[in-house]
Design a protein around this ligand. Sequence first.
Ligand code: NAI
Length: 266
Amino acid sequence: MNTRLDGKRLVVTGGASGIGRACAVEAARAGAAVLVADRHLDAARDVAESIRADGGRAEAFAVDVTDAERCEQMADRAAETLGGVDGLIAAAGISAAALPGDPAEHDGSAAGLDWSTDVWRRVLDVNLDGLMYCDRAVARHLIAAGDGGSIVNIASISAAWTSGNASAYSVSKAGAWMLTKALSIEFAAHGIRVNAVGPGFTETPMTAATRSDDTARNDIVARTPLGRFGRPEEIAAAALFLASDAASFVTGSILYVDGGFDAYSR
Ligand code: NAI
């Protein structure tokens, strides 16, 4: 069984922070060359620089995943700078709470009818449409190269579970999971595997506000059989497995990495 990634060339979106950052760093440690792609170029550069300082291979790239053309350029750049593309770990994403603007409008506490169209549209644009643009752009290169490959979409426990007041996010992640299944079938003939990781609540900037709220944090911990939040590296371990040849017969799957949250809460 080979869980190493030596010789593989991976694009990691959302690579500047949290889960994506851990995926980029750990993939490089496992031997992959990585294009660290993110909306925040400076932060992506810092990640690429720290990977290189650690002896790995990495480049940074600025992408807003809602820009389909830029996603194509991202895959092209990976092929140019890394000498080809073998896979994608797609971690770029937002919660409604991450949206700019009036916090009262965007903090995720609004009930369904009170969600503004902008909030709904933006969450779906990034988490679902943007994911499709990235998967498609990388798949074009994988198909052209004719040597298979692996696409890993970072979905969520929200692919199949929802709480109140998170409709846009939950729908986006359910869509990400269905996109994963659909593409796994479409791309199978090319030897391209497409899987998802379903993280539970994880210690990243995305959950900083939730973790600092005693009631919200305790509720999540109580619903999680292992009794804690996950660490980004624990999510990355699953993504790296799916990206590796050790997962050579795994496609169309979602791997929950959630301390038992899905088993207990759904
Ligand atoms: P994070 O906020 O730490 O990192 C997200 C990264 O995505 C940031 O670097 C951000 O700049 C980038 N990004 C956001 N919008 C972008 C865009 N339009 N184009 C390019 N890059 C963009 O969040 P975290 O927690 O690391 O989330 C990573 C993924 O994991 C997301 O898809 C999230 O939905 C998912 N997830 C996170 C969970 C958690 O508890 N933290 C739980 C389940 C899923």
